[in-house]
Structures are given as structure tokens and as C-alpha cells.
Design a protein around this ligand. Structure first.
Ligand code: CO
Length: 308
């Protein structure tokens, strides 16, 4: 726009005498330069972080989010941290129950753009790169081309993405078990599971876990391996005591009801009915610093990419 107005201005200046022309050119430049300096591309960088979780309607489960935020704050002192919940149902239930507004990833990114954030590193707090992650990637990509919005938006990987992540998570998971757990006791991790091809990460993690501790099993609520698959393994190994633990960022609805709830169809009830002694741990992976560190490292990578 500035270029065209300058062209139009210089065309009308052609008949002027040299001294007047120089005066006019200096005047035109002095008017144009501050306008160019105020243009978005020369603005000072203002970097921010957006943490994206599925969300939870269980207030006590947010201890995991508080811990994640604390770890992120330690790694990025002075950088503003925002949150978004990707689940619409969770957002509306939280609004209904607590009167609190949680933003979607798109709403949070739009708001940050309006507030003048020039660079935003988004961190996915998903466990695997499934449909929640690929939806978030699409949202991030859409905001990369947003006129007058944030200039640069990057996305940090889900917890389990590379083979190195899997190895690290397996070691961190095994070391997070309570001291009361005896080596003969089995540990059953409850993952969410999905119809998305990334469900393969659950049996994939099983491979890495088995190398660290042969008494740890991964099961899922909605995918493979199922609880039946896990029970087959427990029986083959003649396990008697089972520790249940969620393989999700928070110990929310799935952990409290599907895993450890009193209903006859919870994993705890089903296992007890089969004769196992069951202990349930109601802590999400976000409550363990060694596991949270994997997300924080992925965020560090996304944050560094802001300068590329
Ligand atoms: Co679910």
C-alpha cells in the first residue's frame, strides 16, 4: 500500500524543480518510514507458550496440569504460559459446573494473536500422536497463515513420538511405581486407546516396558491391547497382585471410573472378580516430573524452532 501511494506521489512530483523535488521526497520518506516501522514484520518479538490438553472435568485431577505448568515455568522463566482444552464437552461441563471458561486451541491462538504475541510454541499434552494430536496440528497449521495474527506458530510432539521417547517413558514409568510394589506384583497401565492408526504406540510401548520390567502391561479403554488381552498375560504369568495406573496426563474420569471405580464394569472390579488383589494409583503422568520432562523437552524443541 505504501509503495503504490509513493508511486502516485512521485508521478505528480515530476514537473517540480529539483530543490522542491528533494524536499518533497524527504517529506514523503519521513511520512512513509514510521509507517513501515509500525508494520507487523518489524515488530519486536513477543514469545508465548500454549499448553493444550484434552482437559478434565475433575478439579482434583488438575494437580497434573498444575505440575506440568510448574515444570514449564522452570524451563522457560519469564515466558507467558496459556492453556487450552481441546474437548468441547469438557469445556462446556467445566463452564456448567465451575463457571470457568476454558478456551479451545483455536480460540486461545486467536486471542494470543490479538494480544500481540508474535511467536507461539504450542505443546501437545497428548500421550500418543493420535486424532487429538493431528487435529491440533491442523489448527496450528491454519494459524501459520493467519493474516495479522501471530507470525510463527510451532507444535511440540506428544509424549510418545520417537523411539527415544518410548525408551525414556518406559524407564520413567517403571521408576515411578510406589515402593510398596513387590517385583512379583504386576503393574497394569491404562491407556486411552483409539481407532486412529497411532494406537500402535500402545503395543509399541509394551515392547520397551518389557525390556525394563517383565511384569508391566499396557491395556487400553478403547483400543488394543484390551483388558482381556492383559488378563490373559496376567494369568499366564500367574500374577496375584495387580497395581493399576493411568497412562494419561491426568487421573480424570477414565482413571476414577473406568479404571478404579466401584461399578462392576471397572477394571478394578473385573480384576477382583477374577481373583486378583488390586491397588489403584490415582495419579496422571503429568504428576511425575520424569514423565513431564519428556513434554518439556519437546516444548524446548518447538520453542527453538520459533527462531527458524
Ligand atoms: Co475418553
Amino acid at each position: 500500500m505504501h509503495f503504490y501511494s509513493f508511486m502516485r506521489l512521485s508521478r505528480t512530483l515530476r514537473p517540480l524543480r529539483p530543490l522542491r523535488w528533494i524536499t518533497a521526497a524527504v517529506l514523503a520518506l519521513s511520512l512513509t518510514l514510521p509507517a513501515l516501522a509500525g508494520h507487523g514484520d518489524t515488530d519486536k518479538a513477543h514469545k508465548g507458550i500454549l499448553l493444550v490438553a484434552f482437559g478434565t472435568t475433575v478439579p482434583a485431577a488438575r494437580a497434573a496440569f498444575d505440575n506440568i505448568e510448574e515444570e514449564v515455568r522452570k524451563a522457560f522463566p519469564g515466558v507467558e504460559i496459556r492453556w487450552a482444552y481441546s474437548a468441547r464437552q469438557v469445556r462446556s461441563t467445566v463452564k456448567e459446573n465451575e463457571g470457568t471458561t476454558k478456551l479451545s486451541p483455536a480460540a486461545a491462538l486467536a486471542k494470543m494473536g490479538d494480544e500481540g504475541f508474535t511467536h507461539v510454541a504450542v505443546q501437545s499434552l497428548q500421550t500418543i500422536p493420535g486424532s487429538e494430536y493431528s487435529d491440533l496440528l491442523k489448527t496450528v497449521e491454519a494459524f501459520r497463515d493467519m493474516p495479522k495474527g501471530t507470525r510463527t506458530v510451532t507444535l511440540g510432539d506428544a509424549m510418545l513420538t520417537s523411539p527415544a521417547d518410548m525408551e525414556r517413558a518406559a524407564t520413567a514409568l517403571v521408576s515411578s511405581f510406589p515402593a510398596e510394589r513387590k517385583p512379583a506384583d504386576a503393574i497394569v497401565l491404562m491407556g486411552h486407546g483409539t481407532h486412529h492408526p497411532a494406537n500402535i504406540y500402545y503395543p509399541g510401548l509394551q515392547y520397551y516396558l518389557s525390556k525394563v520390567d517383565p511384569n508391566v502391561y499396557v491395556g487400553t479403554v478403547e483400543g488394543v491391547p484390551s483388558l482381556e488381552d492383559v488378563i490373559t498375560s496376567l494369568k499366564a504369568r500367574k500374577s496375584r497382585t495387580v497395581w493399576l495406573m493411568p497412562l494419561m496426563s491426568v487421573a480424570g474420569d477414565h482413571a476414577r471410573n473406568d479404571m478404579a471405580g466401584p461399578e462392576p464394569d471397572s477394571w478394578k472390579s473385573i480384576l477382583e472378580k477374577q481373583g486378583f488383589i488390586v491397588h489403584a494409583i490415582l495419579k496422571g503422568t503429568g504428576e511425575y516430573d520424569t514423565l513431564t520432562a519428556i513434554w518439556v523437552d519437546h516444548l524446548k524443541q518447538a520453542f527453538n524452532e520459533l527462531d527458524n
